[in-house]
Ligand binder design. Structure first.
Ligand SMILES: Nc1ncnc2c1ncn2[C@@H]1O[C@H](COP(=O)(O)OP(=O)(O)O)[C@@H](O)[C@H]1O
Ligand SMILES: [Mg+2]
Length: 297
């Protein structure tokens, strides 16, 4: 089959310079994502992750290059066509973007607003079929018992799960997640990341998720695309990575001093291990030689 059957996002030579900015936020970014892929955009703060994600659903316009999302040239879309694309593209944010005073169920229902006409105030103004659908999604993210509670009484991890349920209301084909666990503790982070993967698998969703933590990226993504200062510096699958390749990822994507120190420590340990393996091997060889000579006698 040709690529067009499986390609969900195709980015070519994307450059973005914000008005008045001295530097480009993105330069020459090319990237193709296939249906069902789970891709991590990995990079430090300021490397261009959010800017790249926002181009995929038309929240930003390229300065150069093209972004084709679900077969459509994003920058050429306006009005209904743009709303349609955004409807097929779920977006999850670092800060959850939950409406605190509303109930959990109402927050989930707002995910369906793109398909409805007119403003909605209160749960009963949504069709029953949508209410049932919303409850189903809340059940899926493990929060059915919280449906009628004010959203701001939930923990961060629970609010992010509400945001996932809200995104599912759109029946998206693509799920974009912009540092979805950056505001969460490690325990909630792993719950949320696992949930995104499970739901993606169940629904055949394509996921592009930005992260700044190499550890999470390695354990979670099928593929890592590393960004540094607006450029793609790495694009690799995560299965069968050698320790050296992992270290290379740290070296290319992580440049904070603590991480550099961690990499140096790890590399020197690796070298020591190699060295001791080397010593052991030559010792064994010598033993073997002795044995051989011993046997020969
Ligand atoms: N709306 C904006 N206007 C001007 N500059 C911006 C805007 N958004 C982001 N930038 C700049 O673009 C670069 C990339 O930012 P961003 O995409 O937010 O990176 P990340 O999400 O990896 O932290 C940064 O230098 C940032 O300051
Ligand atoms: Mg960002």
């Amino acid at each position: 089959m040709t690529n067009s059957d499986t390609t969900v996002v195709r980015i070519e030579g994307l450059g973005k310079t914000y008005p008045g900015a001295a530097f480009s936020a993105l330069t020459g970014v090319s990237l193709t994502v296939g249906r069902g892929e789970i891709v991590v955009l990995l990079g430090l703060s300021g490397s261009g992750k959010s800017t790249l994600l926002r181009h995929i659903n038309g929240l930003e316009t390229p300065t150069e290059g093209t972004v084709v999302s679900l077969g459509r040239d994003v920058s050429s879309l306006t009005g209904r066509a743009l709303r349609e694309l955004r409807g097929q593209t779920g977006f999850i944010f670092q800060q959850f973007e939950i409406v605190g005073p509303l109930t959990v169920l109402e927050n989930v229902l707002t995910g369906a607003l793109a398909t409805l006409r007119g403003p909605r105030i209160g749960i009963l103004t949504y069709p029953k079929s949508l209410r049932l659908k919303a409850l189903g999604h809340l059940d899926r993210v493990g929060l059915l018992d919280r449906a009628y509670q004010r959203a701001d009484t939930l923990s961060g991890g629970q609010q992010q799960r509400v945001a996932i349920a809200r995104a599912l209301m759109q029946d998206p084909e693509i799920l974009l997640a912009d540092e979805p666990v950056a505001s969460l503790d490690p325990e909630s982070s792993s719950q949320v990341m696992a949930l995104i993967r499970e739901i993606a698998a169940e629904r055949g969703l394509t996921v592009i998720c930005s992260l700044h933590q190499v550890e999470i990226a390695l354990g979670w993504g099928d593929r890592i695309v590393g960004l540094r200062a607006g450029e793609v510096v790495l694009d690799t699958r995560t299965d069968n990575l050698t320790r050296e390749q992992v270290m290379e990822i740290y070296g290319r994507v992580a440049t904070s001093t603590t991480e550099i120190t961690a990499v140096e420590v790890e590399l020197s340990q690796a070298r020591e291990e190699l060295l001791s393996e080397e010593i052991q091997r030559s010792a064994l060889e010598r033993l073997g030689e002795n044995r051989v000579t011993g046997e020969a006698q």
